[in-house]
Ligand binder design. Structure first.
Ligand code: K1U
Ligand code: ZN
Length: 174
């Protein structure tokens, strides 16, 4: 397993729609394992394939609180089939927007269908932080970032600061 580079906003790839996966093969399992390692190393509680530059509908999630008791979820072609009317607010972060957090209101519960690591079709009902995280990651698959839910002013300020951050980062790497 290896960690992969996480793409930081602004980057055109983060705004593209990811494609449906056709099969679960060894190449995909290598990507899923790498994404999980990348997410744990960041650290984060979720990661979408587009964040490591792969435009495929794949996400990994682990919202377990205890570090020793890992509970990874691999969601291939996740589809939200229902959302609750009741909403909840969580402070969201994003590994593609390092250092920025904002309270975002989303449906409190959602039901999804997906394909698991073994290639089996599954359904799951989620609530709490898991429901928020699933919706955040499915947004990534559709080219949406949590800053899109903020005011134009706040969003522009964050993107401007990230442009500067990326310039600094490039100078260090070169
Ligand atoms: O998609 C991502 O960029 C990952 C993101 C997922 C997420 C976080 C919070 C609400 C919704 C979705 C993150 O994991 S940001 C980092 C983070 O939340 C975290 C980091 C260390 C410990 C606990 C949480
Ligand atoms: Zn994110």
């Amino acid at each position: 397993m290896t960690t992969r580079n996480i793409i930081i906003e602004p980057d055109a790839i983060l705004r593209k729609k990811s494609e449906t996966l056709e099969k679960v093969d060894n190449e995909l399992k290598v990507l899923m394992d790498d994404m999980l390692e990348t997410m744990y190393a960041a650290p984060g509680i979720g990661l979408a394939a587009v964040q490591v530059g792969i435009l495929k509908r794949l996400i990994v999630i682990d919202v377990s609180k205890e570090k020793k008791k890992k509970n990874p979820l691999f969601l291939i072609n996740p589809k939200i089939i229902s959302k609750s009317k009741k909403t909840s607010v969580y402070e969201e972060g994003c590994l593609s927007l390092p250092g920025y957090f904002a309270e975002i209101e989303r449906p409190a519960e959602c039901q999804i269908e997906y394909i698991d690591y073994g290639g089996k079709k599954k359904e799951m009902k989620a609530s709490g932080l898991l429901a928020t995280c699933i919706q955040h990651e499915v947004d990534h698959l559709n080219g949406i970032l949590f800053i899109d839910y903020l005011s134009k002013l706040k969003k522009e300020m964050i993107v401007k600061k990230l442009v500067k951050y990326k310039k600094k980062l490039n100078k260090i790497v070169l």
